[in-house]
Design a protein around this ligand. Sequence first.
Ligand code: SF4
Ligand code: SF4
Length: 448
Amino acid sequence: MVGFSGSRQWIYVQSIEGKFTTIRRWTFLALHVVLFVLPWIKISGNPALLFDLQARQLFILGAVFTAADTIFLLIILLFATFTLFFVTSLFGRLWCGYACPQTVFLEAWIRPIETWIEGDRSRRLHRERMGVSFGLIWRKAAKWFAFLGVAFALSMALMSYFAGARDLWSFNGGRVEYSLVAIFTLAWFFDFAWFREQFCTYLCPYARFQGALTDNETIQISYLPDRGEPRGGKEAAADGRCIDCGKCVVVCPAGIDIRNGFQLECIACARCIDACVSVMDKLEHPTLVDYTSVVAMEGRKPKSIRARTLVYGAMLGGLMVVGAAMVWGRVPFEATVNRAPGSLYIIDADGLVRNTYFLKITNNNAGGEPVVYRVRIEGLIDAEVTSQDMELAARESRTVPLILRVRLSDDLLRTIPIQVYVTSPDGELVVDATFKTGAEIGTATTAR
Ligand code: SF4
Ligand code: SF4
């Protein structure tokens, strides 16, 4: 349909009420609570969820993860990916219809605002067919202004996960953060005002590959041709066949006709089910659009347990076990040992060879009492170790010198691998390093 501004094929979606619309509204509400409230919650003095890119730290439920914990991020991403695969193989595009931000924001904000300002489908269509008028222009302007406000609020909410909600919403954030908010606001506004369902059809990668994740057993939203066809005609209403009212089509945000079978554009929003239920209820017949599977339509019982669900389920189980084991074995501190710049080794006046390092320890605990860290060395026989115990408060980091000295002997290697053990009540870390003795001293060429 040619719309108000150019050749864009606009979809004029009609409002609908029903069981699935209600379920989706509650889902949207829950997701909005998470989006807007979570960045304000603190656990042990730390944000419940914050991606601090500048400090390269991730806060999850009060725990602090640093660059050294990148593997956890990888496991979380893999877990989310396989959860999506698993759910899609069982229930199709549930994510698209119920939880994708594109759907949630359009359904929770944009369509209600549009209906409130411009009226429902028939009124909007009528006004646009009448041509450009003052009523049309001020409504468009008011609608776009409201979209801009929504885009700004959503961009601020999303940026709160990276810049901290308190700083951002009190306008004490940095220039970079507000620049990104401005960019996201314009991107969302473009999406809300013009792009909309084209995002799902042309840009979203999930829409492209979800066909490979489903099979004939997958429960998807479908028209039931066995009961619906032949559609239309005088007896259709009495027989419970499709009366060709078109209501399932006009409520569809993707602008498709579910009766034409599975289509890539379908986001599984279930609006067409609510539409057909509302029609067929009045005729005292069951709906002709419903959640079902190809095998169910063929009269067989769909199986939940099958090769692909077993594989995805096994991957999820494996990731859970690996993740749990890693969390269990994780020590909440980091230690690095770096040689003092410009100093390989020094032979002291008393004949001992000395290597100097800098030991950096970071306490990654989110809160609680200060922790004492102690150092010991392995790999150097009779080494003289000069280092100091460190007491660090939560999230404190400190660097101290670490000096090792050993007596010269003919059997010393030129380069000796050593292990620096950092122990604390939270656990122990081992850092590998080397001790240099100098080419003129060392005689052996293999490790002891
Ligand atoms: S066909 Fe039905 S489920 Fe698919 S997008 Fe349209 S209304 Fe939603
Ligand atoms: S809403 Fe139901 S009866 Fe009406 S056209 Fe769609 S499938 Fe047919």
